[in-house]
Design a protein around this ligand. Sequence first.
Ligand SMILES: Nc1ncnc2c1ncn2[C@@H]1O[C@H](COP(=O)(O)OP(=O)(O)OP(=O)(O)O)[C@@H](O)[C@H]1O
Length: 261
Amino acid sequence: MDSAPVKNPGTRDTMLSLRNCSLSFGNVPVLDNVSLDVYRNEFISILGPSGCGKSTTLRLMLRLLSPEGGGEVAYSSPDLSLGMVFQKPVLMPWLSALQNVMLPLELGPKKKFSKKEAREKAESALRLVGLQDFQNHFPHQLSGGMQQRAAIARALAADPTVLLMDEPFGALDELTREKLNFELLRLWESPETSLSSIVMVTHSIQESVLLSDRVVMMSPRPAGVTDIIPVPLPSPRQAGMEELPEFHRTVKELRKRVKHL
Ligand SMILES: Nc1ncnc2c1ncn2[C@@H]1O[C@H](COP(=O)(O)OP(=O)(O)OP(=O)(O)O)[C@@H](O)[C@H]1O
């Protein structure tokens, strides 16, 4: 199978890399010598058995955790901006959608934005995800899909270059999930966002093939990277590509490898 970079064919600049990263919680080894490069303008999915260490890998990428002995998490630049979207939207119930999106922009010792700037950035992020008419709604007034869109807007408002997503659509029904998958691709491709690379943890083989340029497979805990499979689908990805023979071939190949984990 040939690799199929999407946004900018031919570029292979590394935005972020894990080098020989091992990590234990107490005496439980979770990651074993994980090495992985995230390239500029690519969409990567991470697949692996439940509990193997996929979320831990994302937390390493965010530098919320440090690898043990000799491992390294390297960024292409010291001010590389990373965003994170979790499986649950984690919105503050007493704040409107707009206030939720503004919150991280206004928090922290290095408060980067004035209230006015934060509001403008939040409004434009909500517009990007199609929630411009719901910015004054509270989370309980939004559907599950809309709440997750608000969480994506919150991540986008800070202008991340690399977006990490931990099963972002796992809790949603299939139709909403399909819709949001394509919305995510359009956001990634849009010149209106700063997004270069996306790393998404998913449990769905089909989703990983439809969205990604490469699928990273991890083994059971302590997890290592067992395979990195390029997805040979044309770009940009469109609805209906699930019918292509390359899609079926890649899904079949991944299923075979999952069985051998
Ligand atoms: N803060 C922590 N303290 C102790 N153990 C932890 C901690 N975080 C994760 N673990 C353990 O590390 C292992 C890997 O967890 P992780 O959440 O990374 O797996 P995962 O592959 O994302 O799981 P899932 O697919 O079920 O979401 C699990 O055994 C989990 O119990």
